[in-house]
Design a protein around this ligand. Structure first.
Ligand code: FMN
Length: 177
């Protein structure tokens, strides 16, 4: 079975992006989802070259880096904080990026985002879609869900148009696995 890393890219313990990505991963048959909870990395040191030089990388990052190297794909849903990544997620990615080249190893990626607002955190999603190819990202699918609390209820997308769009994007991702 393909092992897919599933990330709600939020510093929150409770997170609408975790809800969205967990739901989406449950729609694919025959994968093993590897859920990475970014809130458990809230207390690792902020990346700095001096910290790495003096103390090395946090052991949690070394473990996560191994998981990134052995998985078969990625599903990530981004929380947007002031138009950009949640700080805790960004810190994890900065640490991972100095463990080796091509963090995402040309493995299929499904990138998504949501927020309570009408733009659905599309600014941070666009930022990842534009930049992750420079980190070895092979982006197969993208999806932004606006107005989360109107469109996602009882653990599923209730708006038929967004549900249909998600299904289309999901099949593109599955076909690349
Ligand atoms: C510091 C801060 C900045 C935020 N900035 C944005 C923003 O730029 N765009 C947006 O759509 N929502 C913004 N929000 C609202 C978040 O989208 C909302 O908190 C959402 O629940 C975050 O996703 P999460 O629940 O997965 O952490 C911000 C929230 C906080 C606390």
């Amino acid at each position: 079975m393909k092992k897919i890393i599933v990330i709600g890219a939020s510093s929150g313990i409770k997170s609408i992006n975790k809800d969205l990505v967990t739901y989406t991963s449950s729609l694919i048959d025959n994968i093993e989802p590897l859920h990475v909870d970014i809130s458990t990395y809230n207390t690792i040191p902020l990346f700095s070259p001096e910290h790495k030089e003096e103390f090395g990388s946090p052991k949690e990052i070394i473990e996560l880096s191994k998981l990134f190297n052995t998985c078969d794909g990625f599903m990530i849903s981004f929380a947007e904080h002031n138009g950009s990544f949640a700080a805790s997620y960004k810190n994890v990615i900065d640490w991972l990026s100095v463990q080796g080249k091509n963090l995402f190893n040309h493995k299929p990626m499904f990138l998504m985002s949501t927020s309570p607002g009408p733009r659905g955190a599309s600014t941070v999603l666009d930022s990842a879609v534009n930049y992750y190819p420079h980190m070895g990202g092979k982006i197969c699918s993208k999806f932004s869900l606006p107005s989360f609390y109107d469109n996602f209820k009882n653990n599923e997308i209730v708006n038929p148009e967004f549900k249909a769009e998600l299904t289309t994007e999901l099949s593109k991702f599955e076909s690349e696995l």
